[in-house]
Design a protein around this ligand. Structure first.
Ligand code: HEM
Length: 392
């Protein structure tokens, strides 16, 4: 098995550690000094501490790449940036769209989308493809578009702007333009659906909010932008990384092919192994607090190294080994506490269907480049692969 190159932390520019240790002070690229929590228990303590705020507009909130993302005019904080008491009611309003029961019905449609994309990929005479545009990116993008009621025809518009928002290469002006562009786009779409609510998440939210007497156009615009971005970037990267990891481990892949009922536990293990969204769970202390014995003062930033926490030997035996039979559900890849990923059940459905179908339909699939030459996303807030050349 070829080893993966080290990950680089977008906050302080050093190699991101997978070694958990005591709470420590680190200096970010911006010069800001913050706390870093890397043990499983410490990360959980931060993410359940009411003194640790998610308010990204707080000037002390640790942001990656040493920059401050400026939001477009009138854009309200989205769910991920809210604290109690606003966060709970706002989350409950949309929670019903993401229950396991509700998403079970979506599985059939996910299967159709995956099959259509694999049909197109396998029709390629060269028997080679870049898995990212062929499968990883379009599948979750189509699914979130259909769920929200966003036209998929606009995917290049929103995919490119999402990429700008999470890339280190983007300037402050580019980030602002991307943010304003997405806001304008969603503002128009939500306005149209307000005039004539459609049977999709946005339309249903409009009706529900009217029934409950909560008519807040801007809040719905912010929420749907968050869902659109979070709904495709994350899962797309997990599809590419998970495929690569399984192709690197032929014994485990053979086990999975022989018994597809193991896919759900394999998905959890791959989520643990890569912890792609560890840098979205930062917090800022808004009161003095104590995190597992460490004093954190009001105004201090805390960032949580979920990848290290997910390799904590105190919780996961032999943590550096990928073991599709591990069956660990206590990983922190979807975060922890009040903000734990709203779309996790959707991501699980998509990942299960993709891995089951891809390895069943393409038994000779292989990576067409040495791992060391693959473009890993060390320049983005969400870890992943820019491209994944494959052949069969
Ligand atoms: C493999 C895929 C995914 C990963 C690894 C992931 C990871 C995360 C993490 C770590 C958080 C916590 C943020 C925090 O504590 O500040 C989060 C929150 C969130 N995620 Fe995901 N996510 C994934 C897929 C999705 C999908 C498919 C959707 C949408 C349909 C989604 C929507 C959200 C939303 C709305 C929040 C904010 C929840 C809140 O603040 O209450 N995610 N995600």
């Amino acid at each position: 098995m070829e080893t993966f190159p080290p990950r680089v932390c977008p906050f302080h520019g050093d190699a991101s550690t997978t070694e958990p240790g005591p709470m420590t002070r680190v200096t970010l690229r911006s010069g800001q000094e913050v706390w870093a929590a890397s043990r499983h228990a410490d990360v959980r303590a931060v993410l359940t501490d009411p003194a640790c705020s998610s308010n990204r507009a707080n000037p002390n909130f640790p942001l990656p790449f040493g920059r401050r993302v400026r939001r477009g005019e009138g854009l309200k904080p989205s769910l991920i940036a809210m604290d109690a008491p606003e966060h709970g009611p706002a989350r409950r309003l949309v929670l019903g769209e993401f229950t396991v029961k509700r998403l079970a019905t979506l599985g059939t449609r996910v299967q159709e989308i995956v099959d259509e994309h694999l049909d197109a990929m396998l029709a390629e005479e060269s028997r080679t493809a870049n898995l990212v545009p062929a499968l990883s990116l379009p599948v979750p993008s189509l699914v979130i578009c259909e769920l929200l009621g966003v036209p998929y025809a606009d995917h290049e518009f929103f995919q490119s702007r999402s990429r700008t928002l999470i890339s280190r290469a983007s300037t402050q002006e580019e980030v602002k333009a991307a943010s304003d562009g997405l806001r304008g786009y969603m503002d128009e779409l939500v306005t149209a659906k307000e005039a004539d609510p459609t049977d999709d998440l946005i339309g249903r939210q409009i009706v529900k909010r009217r029934e409950e007497g909560i008519e807040d156009h801007e809040a719905l615009v912010s929420l749907t932008i968050l869902l659109l971005i979070a709904g495709h970037e994350t899962t797309a990267n997990m599809i590419s990384l998970g495929t690569l990891a399984l192709l690197q481990r032929p014994d485990q892949l053979a086990e999975l092919r022989a018994d597809p009922s193991k896919t759900p536990t394999a998905v959890e293990e791959l989520l643990r192994e890569f912890t792609i969204a560890e840098f979205v769970t930062s917090r800022v202390a808004v009161e003095d607090t104590v995190v597992n014995g460490t004093e954190v003062k009001a105004g201090e930033g805390v960032f949580t190294l979920g990848n290290a926490a997910n390799h904590d030997p105190a919780v996961f035996a032999d943590p550096t080994q990928v073991d599709i039979d591990r069956g660990a559900r206590n990983h922190l890849a979807f975060g922890y506490g009040a903000h734990q990923c709203l779309g996790q059940n959707l991501a699980r459905v998509e990942l299960r269907v993709v891995f089951d179908t891809l390895f069943r339909r393409v038994p000779t699939l292989r990576v067409a480049r040495p791992v060391a030459e693959l473009p890993f996303k060390n320049d983005a807030l969400i870890y992943g692969l820019h491209s994944l050349p494959v052949s069969w």
